[in-house]
Design a protein around this ligand. Structure first.
Ligand SMILES: [Zn+2]
Length: 1035
């Protein structure tokens, strides 16, 4: 046993001043902000003029607004001492039809440009850069291209590629065919095979509309704002996409992707001048100002409410087939550029629908009529005029009117009664803690936050000054206590621009959709002349050849492997024992006055039959009440005192043995320094006297959880397929499936359909008995150094309040190994104090076996997963396999699965657990994709890749390995997985050392047929080939 050394406290209060510390503390300095404050309004910088400089202390940043003299392009720079620098440019794209022209354009500009004429520079840059984020997306009225990186040279490289792509793209016809839509023979080399629609965006949108929530949201926006661009589908309606021509695409680019219609955004600690110079020289200086005419006119308000009904496909995973109707009532709100009104209405909307104390939760969710709120509930500020929406999903069709009446009555009630002060305080507290909580993608969060308002010429800086808005809001409430009630009356009671939308399942929905697609296809094909057909055949072959040709990407800029930092900065940790023998890991970080607390409790003694119910237990534990607090009071306290309290099950793989893992539950929460005692008191109450009696509320939570799981399947189908495919490969795989696979989705569906939930409810106190004590627990705290001693005290008090089992409980599985996490005595220089001992389960006699599962789901696309058992983290082969996965994705699978196969995505990855996974996402193919996986293995075994390819794969892997970690999450790998910085450094060196022979070696050693056990899983529609193959299990 390990004892507290007594050194902990000293280490904690006086962090040593090594190199690591300097790096870590630099965050709190404000050099970037101060430097930016020195710009003067009117100052000329590289073709731009500064128009405003504003300090925004609540977000620790300085905002500099500029405009480009020659073109009128707008520019916003947010200087902040954050190394994860971000760039984004956005164009106002306001289509007037549903051909998806902005979306196809977003894809096509990334297919090559004047300076970078190679195919697909965007995807290629993923492997030539250390970017922490690269993407492009199409919203309803703008298209945005963001990237982020911590490396200055990389920033310049990516900026150059992005600018050239947007302003000087090739827009070749074949790119349009590949990314947009095309008619092509099912088998391009066989002119006798049928002509079908293909194309990345075409399939992406077909996939997107398998999601019923998405269908509902799309219609809601289209019907509520019916007069201009919001009446169409900017992403493209699969039935309209085939009406788009290449000419129209080029025309749309010429009018929309112009500097006069562009907004540029930069964020972070890199100097602004450098960005301006490059943007001016490489792009803007080559343009003249135009009048873009892309603005969206104000929506004309209606003089009376409207109603619409739509249909969708039935959801086979949702509980109760007779209750799958959705209804919502929505109201048009003012222009989002009225910043304070928008702030007020968004707060008001949280008061109306957020949490169990809100009036609509009480009236609608607790009515038991449905499973959850309707999609897009609350405030929606992504269109020029905002809207508020409220309703229910999972109701019986006959209850539509009842729901509508409840909504009207609730609004009347609020106008009379108003809101409790405590709820308003809780909400303002939430804003305060969100401003202080630092995420690693803060730049991305900011650019998304301001995008819509700025797009309609609102002031983005005004929007960032949250402190001022909170103050103004408090003032309004003080001057007029009925301030909010009057808003409710104005916008929800006396508002004729009101839409009631309902959606019910139609058994023949998918069939009808397919029929319409067939009609469209027939119409297109019948219009073809013989000459057209010959051209289609030729172009199909040409595209195939182009996709198969070796590609020269040498025109693109690239970082080198030598640009990667050879070693990682170490994180200082200290471990102390509290309440006798519970290890607590302390990590001092610049957290802006927020404390992060975590506890991990082992599941080793839990009886097997209770395991499937652990996820449910976790999802309701902080929501049913505790001690003297009922569930409403508890929710109120959590909102008022913390930034959230969550509980989740975990299966943690071991770093050196595939048949060994740790199982447990992670408790996480954070709060402002001043609220620490209250937060720990809440945990003590939850652990010592959780309430499991409220059957009515439990039913509400069960229904919501089941609905959420079933709605999530179309978006994460590849994850479900992979979890299933690895189920029989390791002992941990089986547990993972139980906790988070399709088995869990189906179990929750069954529970949600039960008429009597008491038998399930009675399992919860049994699980509590094994889990909520400090027998097998460890804790972790991240806080500022000044706060650590208070934290030590508060965590100690919490642990001392917990019970212990009277007799020692035996683990359910016989083989348990005790594994000390590495610390000071093991040679680590950055962890002081005691040691964390983890109790892992091992199954030395485990035999992996092959299993193939097809989950029949009524989707028009497939999700495929194939998994292989390989090598654990510390094995040098693991490093080779990790590089190999990236190499196969970039150099083989991307072409096979996305470009040729038409799937939205696909690739290979190696997880920490040593499972190698091939996957595809929204894939029109199924068994053919499995053949592509096999071909990828042959390709790897034959070594048909160059040293350049290997280096690119290394860069790409390192951009993940070196992704920034937020102060809240530093040291978490050590806490959860027992990974020390030394182990990570050793792994890093193994990654650097990976070479060609090693890659060929591991591909035959593990991936080849007959080498290691494979598991397969498929989610998707009926499949005749698989149905005939007895080796598949169909579920
Ligand atoms: Zn897309």
């Amino acid at each position: 046993m390990w004892r507290c050394s007594g050194r902990v406290a000293v280490t904690l209060r006086r962090p040593s001043c090594g190199r690591t510390d300097l790096r870590a503390w630099r965050w709190s300095s404000t050099r970037a902000c101060e430097k930016a404050l020195q710009y003067r309004v009117g100052e000329k910088l590289h073709g731009f003029t500064v128009s405003q400089v504003t300090s925004v202390p609540e977000l620790f940043l300085t905002a500099v607004k500029l405009s480009h003299d020659g073109t009128g392009a707008r520019y916003l720079h947010l200087a902040r001492e954050d190394t994860n620098n971000l760039f984004s440019m956005q164009f106002r794209t306001t289509p007037m039809d549903s051909t998806g022209v902005p979306h196809v354009l977003e894809h096509t500009v990334l297919c090559g440009s004047q300076k970078y004429p190679c195919r697909d520079p965007f995807f290629k840059m993923l492997n030539r850069s250390l970017s922490t984020f690269m993407n492009a997306f199409t919203a309803s009225d703008y298209t945005m291209y963001p990237f982020s990186t911590q490396n200055a040279k990389d920033f310049q490289n990516l900026l150059s590629v992005y600018l050239d792509a947007a302003f000087f793209p090739c827009l070749r016809e074949l790119d349009f065919w590949q990314e947009g839509w095309r008619l092509e023979h099912e088998n391009p080399s066989d002119p006798q095979s049928a002509l079908v629609f293909k194309g990345v965006v075409f399939n992406e949108m077909k996939g997107a509309f398998t999601d019923n929530e998405r269908i509902f949201s799309q219609h809601l926006q289209n019907r509520l704002l019916p007069d201009h661009t919001y009446a169409v589908i900017s992403g493209g309606d699969p039935l309209c996409i085939p009406d788009l021509t290449w000419e129209q695409l080029k025309q749309f680019h010429a009018t929309h992707y112009h500097p006069s219609n562009a907004r540029f955004f930069t964020y972070g600690n890199f100097p602004l001048e450098q960005h301006l110079k490059q943007i001016h020289e490489e792009a803007l200086s080559k343009f003249q100002k135009i009048e873009p005419n892309t603005s969206v006119p104000a929506q004309k308000p209606w003089d009376k409410p409207r109603e619409f009904q739509i249909t969708c496909a039935p959801d086979s995973l949702a509980a109760s087939s007779s209750k799958q109707t959705t209804v919502s009532v929505s109201f048009l709100l003012p222009d989002i550029t009225d910043t304070f009104e928008a702030f007020t209405l968004s707060l008001l909307s949280s008061l109306l629908i957020g949490g169990p104390n809100s009036p609509f939760y009480k009236a609608l969710i607790e009515s038991g009529l449905g499973t959850d709120f309707s999609p897009d509930v609350g405030y929606n500020g992504y269109t020029r005029e905002a809207y508020f929406s409220v309703g229910l999903q999972g109701i019986a069709e006959k209850d539509i009117q009842i729901v509508r009446d409840i909504i009207d009555k609730t609004i009347d009630n609020i106008i009379t009664k108003g809101f409790e002060d405590d709820r308003i305080e809780a909400l303002l507290h939430k804003i305060e803690i969100q401003m202080k909580h630092q995420s690693v993608s803060f730049g991305l969060a900011l650019t998304s936050y301001i995008a819509s308002c700025w797009n309609h010429d609102g002031d983005p800086v005004e929007l960032l000054r949250l402190g001022q808005q909170v103050a103004q809001f408090r003032q309004c409430l003080k001057e007029n206590p009925k301030f909010l009630q009057e808003k409710v009356k104005q916008y929800f009671k006396n508002n004729q621009h009101k839409l009631t939308l309902s959606m019910k399942p139609d058994d023949r929905y998918s069939e009808k959709q397919a029929q319409m697609e067939t009609e469209k296809l027939k119409q297109k094909v019948s219009a073809l002349s013989l000459e057209d057909k010959r051209q289609i055949y030729d172009k199909g072959l040409e595209l195939q050849t182009q996709q198969s040709n070796a590609q020269d990407a040498s025109c693109l800029p690239a970082l080198k492997v030598s640009d990667i930092e050879p070693s990682i900065p170490f994180t200082e940790l200290a471990v102390g024992l509290a309440a006798g023998d519970v290890p607590v890991q302390y990590c001092a970080q610049p957290t802006n006055g927020v404390v992060y607390f975590r506890a991990f409790s082992s599941l080793n003694t839990l009886p097997e039959e209770l395991r499937p119910y652990v996820p449910l237990f976790c999802s309701v534990l902080t929501k049913l009440g505790c001690g003297v607090l009922d569930y409403r009071e508890q929710a109120q306290q959590i909102e008022l005192k913390t930034g959230g309290m969550t509980v989740s099950p975990h299966v943690l793989p071991d770093d050196s043995h595939l048949d060994t893992y740790e199982q447990g539950v992670l408790f996480s929460s954070f709060c402002l320094d001043r609220n620490l005692p209250d937060m720990m008191h809440l945990w003590a109450e939850i652990f010592n006297s959780p309430c499991f009696e409220e059957e009515q509320h439990f039913r509400v939570l069960v229904k919501m959880a089941a609905q959420e799981l079933s709605n999530g399947v179309p978006d994460s189908g590849h994850v479900y397929a992979s979890v299933r495919a690895s189920r029989t490969l390791t002992p941990a795989g089986d547990l993972q499936e139980t906790f988070s696979g399709m088995d869990q989705v189906r179990l929750m569906k069954r529970i949600a359909e039960m008429t009597d939930l008491r038998p399930i409810l009675r399992k919860l106190p049994r699980i509590k008995k094994y889990l909520l004590n400090c027998d097998n627990m460890r804790c972790a705290v991240n806080a500022t150094p000044q706060q650590l001693s208070q934290t030590e005290q508060a965590v100690g008090d919490f642990l001392r309040s917990l019970g212990r089992s009277k007799k020692e409980r035996k683990p359910v599985r016989p083989h348990v190994v005790e594994k000390p996490a590495p610390n000071g005595s093991g040679g680590s220089t950055h962890i002081s104090g005691s040691q964390v001992v983890r109790k892992l389960i091992t199954e030395p006699t485990f035999k992996p076996c092959q299993m193939k599962t097809h989950f029949l789901l009524p989707f028009p696309v497939n999700y495929v997963g194939e998994c292989v058992r390989t090598a654990p983290y510390t094995d040098p082969d693991h490093a080779s396999l990790k590089i190999l996965a990236r190499l196969m994705t970039a150099k083989f699978l991307h072409t096979e699965i996305r470009e040729k196969g038409g799937a939205y995505g696909g690739g290979a990855k190696l997880s920490h657990s040593g499972i190698f996974t091939f996957y595809s996402y929204r894939d029109p193919r199924s068994t053919e994709t499995l053949q592509s996986f096999a071909k990828a293995i042959d390709w790897a075994k034959s070594g048909r890749f160059s040293q350049q390819d290997i280096d690119e794969a290394k860069l790409s892997v390192f951009s993940g390995v070196d992704a920034p970690v937020a102060p809240s999450d530093k040291g978490l790998d050590h806490f959860l997985y027992g990974l020390s910085d030394e182990l990570k450094q050793a792994h890093r060196e193994q990654l650097f050392a990976v070479h060609r022979e090693g890659l060929i070696d591991v591909s035959s050693k593990y991936l080849g047929v007959g080498r290691s056990t494979h598991g397969l899983a498929l989610l998707g529609p009926e499949n005749t080939k698989i149905a005939k193959d007895p080796s598949w299990i169909i579920r």
